[in-house]
Design a protein. Sequence first.
Length: 421
Amino acid sequence: MKTGTTSIFKSIFQGLDEDSLDSLRGVAEIKKYPPQTVLCHQGEVEHTFYVVVEGRVAITQKLADGEERLLSIRQPREYFGELGLLDDTPRMADCVTITDVTVLEITEEVFDSVIENSPAVARTIMRHTVTMLRSNDRLAIADLIAKNEELQEAYDELKAAQAEIIEKERLERELETAAGMQRTLLPTSLPEYTDYNFAAYLQPARFVGGDFYDALTLDDEHVGLLLADVADKSVQAALFMAVSRTLFMVEGRRSLSPAEVALAVHRGVIDVAPLADIFVTAFYGVLHRPTGRLTYISAGHELPLLIRPGEGIVEINGKGRFIGMIENLELEEFEVTVKTGDRMLIFSDGVPDAANMDGVQYGYERLKRFLNRQQGVAIQQMIDLLAADIAAWTGNAPPFDDLTLLAVEVLDGHGEVSTSS
């Protein structure tokens, strides 16, 4: 290892004497990687331990249903892949560089060589690895406690400010103004056709939220159906909501391919805020009214439920990663054909995740049972009753997430039932 990296090495592996540092210079290798480099591959047996010196690395995991979940982001002086030196089990996640990254690597081959030529140094590395793991765990816990204390302090300060009538009124006026401005960004009405009905509902968890929906008339035969969720509930999320919805509206009128539209939105979100740790989940479909064919993508979002008279709930296919934050994105288009009498409910995760005072979630099965019971009511009444049923379920529990619903009903549909990719 070059002399110029000695200070970096010392700062990460603190507590080692000079002899151990000299030995470690021969086994640890410093490397640089560009963005979007996969350092660890989920499901593969690999034997390299990485310590981040500069840059950021995303840890993502592919679920059994094909969805991709962001687990964490590793910053300088944090590590990953540590078990690669210790066992032969497959990696549990992908580790992908977000920025230019500098890492320290210790491979199994190097480690075996150390054991053969210098068992004492090998023991030093092992002891230090265990110590570092324990130390980082303690630091993580301490950091979490500190952040919780900061949040509690912020909450106490807010309550104190609200106790003062003048300050409370000013704050409420500002929040109401922000919420009012956000409401102006949502559609004031939905398209009206003789062959389809649309209905929608949105209740933010706070004054401002990150959910948004739309039904876009693209041309005489096509309608775009959109429901998306910015993964945050702050004012920043509200700003991202405005940017994302605008991008969907603009790109939706340029292409009838949901995948092309979503990928264009993805590029636009990254261009607007390339370093923001924020992302968007979305369901976007293009409905061809004459045939009832709905072509759609699901970018890390809940899949809609198709309610078919005489058949109950029909689950549709779909998978895909969220929009934004990580550069490379691939989305697969799926299709489903709806016919007369069908209803489709598109919803945010605020529906199944809504929890009561005991922490029990509303869940998918309860949602399906409710929809089966409401097939005879008007579509707007159906989603209003659903929102009321969720409110009754949660009771006095604070809302966990925005609650957003978009429903479509086929009055004069065409074709057979089919779902395909």
